[in-house]
Design a protein around this ligand. Structure first.
Ligand code: NDP
Ligand code: MG
Length: 385
């Protein structure tokens, strides 16, 4: 078989670097056609040297123009600016696009990939949170497939194969509970940036690590699941599962629950998407059945994790809500990481911006982009001077 040629957008991030390891171990079955980075240009050049892609994209033009590109291998074409992502994903020789840019910045390239009928391995959940209805509509219209990389959604995608869509009773997303599962409200107020960046199970980029600590990540995943699998909000539940071995479950109408299990290692859901519909031995860790272990599940306390209700609300109401929640959250997390907002203010700031926005049930992409700007601006009122 000809190798599958992959554009890895956001190749310098946590998902991107893991994906390159999966591709490196593929024995030529998978090939890197393009990579992209924003600030880590030395790493981008090192990746280009290892994988000899046809294109590299440096999305931050200012940083790229100052950078010394002399070490970039010959045969690799350098493209500068975020608009170049949209051009690269349109190239006929690219078979699949791994969308692993973080946040709202990932939307346009995901969109462009689908428009060009490419299969998208989607890590960038924010593009579905922001514009899930429009993104899914585009994928259907173009006949382009979206394969989930988010571990919960990869698990659901796999479990759904055990029945018909009409036989699904509910989806249960598992959540580790984050690093502050055991803290009380007073202790939560004192949480520092360094503590929030220390996740007990997963080693991820800073934004999603903070999202996991506030449980906003699970809220975004409820919205992601609603669009990806067309399951209504009230059929999506969350269960706290600290071991993160069961990555999510599907309950069918007969009461049968199908789960997907594997040690917490993002290389497995990445590999599952990149090789789909094939399964290969790969590089991910395996469950060790020679040792004893136990798995716990408990329902989340809604007062403890107020972000979850916001996720359900946005999944229920659709329209402009996902865009507002996502933008407010990105701005609030940015402010927290900059030391300008307390940890416990992230979710209230999001709720307040969501409540005060002008709801529209059927927005255009242009209006969502505008609303994204507005919501970020609103969060700045929360930031202490
Ligand atoms: P990282 O912060 O580790 O990486 C983000 C990537 O996006 C980097 O390559 C970064 O470039 C690039 N990037 C940052 N800002 C921009 C921008 N404005 N324009 C273009 N590119 C940009 O994030 P993760 O890998 O952790 O997460 C990536 C996505 O995957 C997120 O949507 C996240 O929610 C999702 N995800 C991640 C999981 C994980 O385990 N990490 C699990 C499930 C989902 P550079 O580093 O060069 O600046
Ligand atoms: Mg996840």
């Amino acid at each position: 078989d000809a190798p599958r040629k992959i554009a890895v957008l956001g190749s310098t991030g946590s998902i991107g670097t893991n994906a390159l390891r999966v591709i490196a171990a593929s024995g030529g079955a998978l090939e890197v056609a393009a990579i992209s980075a924003h600030s880590q240009l030395d790493l981008l050049v090192a990746q280009a040297t290892e994988f000899a892609p046809r294109w590299v994209v440096a999305t931050d033009s200012k940083a790229a123009e100052k950078f010394d590109w002399s070490k970039l291998p010959k045969g690799t074409e350098l493209l500068i600016g975020c608009d170049e992502l949209n051009r690269v994903v349109a190239q006929p020789e690219i078979d699949m696009v791994l969308a692993a840019i973080v946040g709202r910045a990932g939307l346009e390239s995901t969109w462009a990939a689908l428009e060009n009928k490419k299969t998208v391995a989607l890590a960038n959940k924010e593009s579905l949170v922001m514009a899930g209805s429009l993104v899914m509509q585009l994928a259907r219209k173009q006949g382009a497939q979206i394969l989930p990389v988010d571990s919960e959604h990869s698990a659901i995608f796999q479990a759904l194969q055990a029945g018909q869509p009409t036989e699904v009773e509910r989806i249960v997303l598992t959540a580790s509970g984050g690093p502050f599962r055991q803290l009380n409200q007073n202790q939560l107020k004192q949480v520092t940036v360094a503590e929030a960046l220390e996740h007990p199970v997963w080693d991820m980029g800073p934004k999603i690590t903070v999202d996991s600590a506030t449980m906003m990540n699970k809220a975004l995943e409820i919205i992601e699941a609603r669009w990806l699998f067309d399951v209504p909000s009230e059929r999506i539940d969350v269960s706290i599962h600290p071991q993160s071995v069961v990555h999510s479950l599907v309950e069918f109408v007969d009461g049968s629950v199908i789960a997907q299990m594997s040690p917490p290692d993002m290389r497995l859901p990445i590999q599952h998407a990149l090789y789909y519909p094939q399964r290969v031995a790969g590089v991910a860790e395996r469950v060790d059945w020679g040792t004893s272990f136990s798995l716990e599940f408990s329902p989340p306390d809604p007062e403890r994790y107020p972000a979850l209700e916001l996720g359900h609300q946005c999944a229920r109401e659709g329209g402009t809500t996902g865009t507002v929640l996502n933008a407010a959250n990105e701005a609030a997390v940015g402010a927290f990481l900059a030391g300008e907002l307390h940890f416990t203010e992230i979710v209230p700031a999001c709720r307040s911006v969501l409540q005060s926005h002008n709801f529209d049930s059927d927005p255009t992409l242009e209006s969502l982009v505008e609303l994204d700007r507005w919501a970020r601006e609103e969060v700045s009122h929360w930031v202490f001077a």
